[in-house]
Design a protein around this ligand. Sequence first.
Ligand SMILES: [Zn+2]
Length: 688
Amino acid sequence: MNKPKRYTITSALPYTNGPIHIGHLAGVYVPADIYARFLRLTGNDVVFIGGSDEHGVPITIKAKNEGVSPQDVVDKYHAIIKKSFEEFGISFDNYSRTSAKVHHETASEFFKTLYDKGAFIEETSEQLYDEQANQFLADRFVTGTCPKCGNEEAYGDQCEKCGTSLNATDLINPKSALTGNVPTLKETKHWYLPLDRYEDFLKEWILEGHKKDWKPNVYGQVKSWIDDGLRPRAVTRDLDWGIPVPVKGGEGKVLYVWFDAPIGYISSTKEWAARVGKDWEPYWKSDDTKLVHFIGKDNIVFHCIIFPAMLKAEGSYILPDNVPANEFLNLEGNKLSTSKNWAVWLPDYLLEFPNQQDVLRYALTANAPETKDNDFTWKDFQARNNNELVAIFGNFINRVVVLTNKYYEGEVPVPNELSQIDEETLAAVKAYPDVIASSIERYRFREAQQELMNLARLGNKYLADEEPWKVIKVDEARTKTIMYVALQIASALATLSEPFLPFTSAKLKGILCHSALDAESTWSDIASKNILLPSGHNIGEAELLFSKIEDETIQFQLDKLEASKKANEAAKKVVEPQKETITFEDFAKLDIRVGTILEAEKMPKAKKLLVLKVDTGIDVRTIVSGIAESFTPEEVVGKRVTVLVNLAPRELRGVVSQGMILMTENAKGKLVFVNPDDANVANGLHIS
Ligand SMILES: [Zn+2]
């Protein structure tokens, strides 16, 4: 497209069944925010849209489990999520929610238009039904065995193990998530969007039209969906939480959450336009508007196939110009997971790293999963902060501000003749706006941020090479020039860092007193103006922009994750039901003693067995124990153990075993000795 007249930027609507974590921020919201801030700084007409996705089955299940209403669940998390976005500087022009009236009306109208145009097909089919709960079971209301991979805990809409998208009726051995009952089949009518009708349109628009400008991961996924052949997809559900189907026969049914959610972008734009007194329509219906959807890779099919098909069917809307979906961010080598509490939650982060939003934004962008899944590690986070933000950016700014205050009482000095290095340095600064812009325009935010840091490096190196703190002793005139040049770089950094580090940028502009300038520099001024901070301009006192993060702080985060891991492993263990009751006499028959292992060796040709010599206090006897996969012989010699001594002798591979050593198993499946923890307990004592 030629230069767009305006931009509509959307970011995936977070699902309101929990707070958001670093994966959401890295995958969607930080890149979208960098893009929106950059476009505003470069003088574009931009609306940056967000909102909470508040419908769908998981919310009703969560409400049921917590004994509250679905509205209670979404009210709670909408507030938490909205606050996190504000705290992390995600600069939405409007943040709405799909339970809002404007959204219900917009989505309902949209459905009605498509219905009137004959864009749906109606189909009566047999669906799973829970007789006891009086409810149809779609999506997450039903679990069963995945027909593709055999995972026994697949959901009615998707198997999370193999990623296959499923219909509830595909599941083998389906079970109601509401009552645990085996569902029956019952007839119900639904409306379907016949995606197969849009195959040609999608092929032409994406496969031919966006071959070059869409990211390969997005293009590839879309291509494989289209190549597989598209099928009609239900747009309604038998459910009472959502937007009622607004046509005859739709009683007791709602729009499928995936039909209504993307329309939320439109409703949120309407809400914004009404608030600021603008017309929303050009932002969605004008050919000179550039529409960009920021999403994670799990949403590609909805934003590149289903929503465009809906927009096409409606007929009056533009299509996205790009959908720069990211891959996933992992945490310390494992997939982020809400249910396993394997995440860094934004509210927790801010409690533990107050006022350090930019550090997280920086580390996440530096490691953004733009082309492949990437890993967030706390060590990397620490290194990015200490070695880059503190040592380069912060150090440069601090030196400039401290020295300007020390030598000139905060006044930008009048430079003398510029040296060749000065000229080259200032020329290099002028190149950065275009270099960074070019990366941002191609959705390469990592690269863009690296360039920003290169500008800070340039400043840091300039000062280190020119050494004004030494030159001042011999050449005051030269020192003025050096400080003047350094101050121009600092000012450029204040402006160019805004999309990436908005809090730091604001703080730095405050220190440099940008607001006292006749006109504050815009993005393009940095390339065109020779003077950003004029001589005679006064700057403020130094303040630290970043501070070093210590090893203990990082260790605390790692320990927290380790605790989550342990809790997950323990939770995974199924506790077996209690065995049949026995009498005291039954128990008294067991002769259990304290013993010590004296010798141990591997049983030849047996993977699991160790042959032990055990001092039972009564005698030293041979016991064959199945512990060789958990212990080497050397590890067990000297171990205090609990022995059942009156178990009838058994022959194992030609060795007679006289008794049994009591063991249990830890969370990782490793065997653990059951032993008295007081070393003064003598061998042979009874355990009773
Ligand atoms: Zn599967």
